[in-house]
Design a protein around this ligand. Sequence first.
Ligand code: SF4
Length: 216
Amino acid sequence: MARPAARSGPGPAPDGGDQPDLPDLAADCAACVALCCIGLALDKGADFAIDKPAGTPCPNLSGHACRIHADLANRGFPGCARYDCEGAGQRSVALHGGASWRDDPDVLSPMLDTFSHLRRIHELLNLLLAAGRLPLEPDHEHERRLLVAALCPQEMTSGLAATLATGPIPGRARAFFRDLRRGMQPLRAATDRPTSSQGPTRRRAPCQSPQAKSRT
Ligand code: SF4
């Protein structure tokens, strides 16, 4: 289910410069090919009715759509209804030329890798944008803007996404959030949830469902 894009830029930097253009940080399932329904593992339990390993299509997929989308919670998949890729899905597809793994199975593995890397990047960007709404000290605001800029290269590629997601920036961002949380209790709620860069790739939370309805 497509949602409005989150494109509001953070405004002028302390040094007078502008922050880079942000990517779309809201999921647009209609522009995706159900990457979360393939790339994420499902653990049978309260959130998911089945076990599914990462990298295999969910048996409820039909084309690029979820055939039980209208009834996810009642069918035992409330975790799918809550999951949100934060825009990583459609961006991964775009970086791979809009390809479909149904038409070209060879594209699936590199596309899933890009999806995983972009999830980390987009999660961090959303947290950094949330931090920007707090009354930060100048040093913190400066570091926040540097991190945003580092995660928003002028031209993203799948290789650059891999470099950014596995390089030093995520660790530096976590150190930034730890530092902030020492003095800013309100940020705790926004940053305490695990990010994909901190744990295994499990579908543990929200998905607005993968089911790119327009691409069945
Ligand atoms: S939303 Fe995706 S992962 Fe969840 S049940 Fe439907 S096809 Fe499977």
